[in-house]
Design a protein. Structure first.
Length: 212
């Protein structure tokens, strides 16, 4: 079963998705995949069942920003529609053909658009603190996100989005800094797994280690 949440009001789209996720979750584990994950992670999530056959709810957060991931998801769209496990796709912008294809197979589809100033509130304040190099604000916003029970995977996804957005919109030294952040954040979940760290603590360590 596929549920689609779209729009430039990322905060509202994410909040509405989280509500739907809580309703559908029950005793299921939640698997979150972003474009910082590997293709193997994505394929494993689409296969469903979890490592030990447990029931799962799968969130695909921003995966369509990666062309290879986009192709994998679209190739499996009928499976997502027919699966007993709920799949949630969260995307800011999609081309018209992709959006129509997803809407065709989605059980539910919601779209939320907003003005730019609203994007700086809530969980997305993390991205703007990262872009601005404001380590103190980033730490405060991270603690606020945890207090709102935001999933560490969602927090990481927002930070990764912020670093990529900064890279695309900057030049010179700022772009070099953004490239470093993108590389570090892409590697962070994999390094956390290799080291046996929970992602929440890996993010905490990463934020505290950022230069002022």
């Amino acid at each position: 079963m596929l549920h689609l949440f779209l729009g430039t009001d990322r905060e509202k789209a994410r909040a509405e998705m989280n509500k739907a996720l809580r309703r559908a979750q029950g005793k299921r584990d939640v698997v979150r995949i972003t474009d910082a994950n590997s293709l193997e992670d994505l394929r494993a999530a689409l296969a469903g069942g979890g490592m030990f056959g447990q029931r799962c709810a799968i969130v695909l957060d921003g995966t369509f920003e990666n062309e290879e991931m986009r192709s994998v998801v679209l190739d499996n769209i009928i499976h997502l529609k027919e699966s007993d496990e709920p799949f949630f796709i969260l995307e800011e912008k999609l081309d018209a053909d992709t959006r129509k294809k997803l809407e065709k197979y989605a059980e539910t589809s919601k779209r939320f658009d907003t003005r730019k100033e609203k994007e700086r509130s809530g969980i997305f304040a993390l991205a703007y603190a990262l872009k601005g190099g404001d380590k103190k604000r980033l730490w405060v916003e991270y603690q606020r996100a945890l207090s709102r029970d935001e999933a560490p995977e969602a927090i990481h996804g927002v930070l990764f989005w912020g670093a990529k957005d900064m890279f695309l919109k900057s030049r010179g030294a700022a772009q070099a800094r953004a490239a470093r952040l993108v590389a570090e954040l892409a590697e962070l979940p994999h390094e956390a797994r290799r080291s046996g760290f929970e992602l929440e603590y890996a993010l905490e360590h990463y934020i505290l280690g950022l230069p002022h």
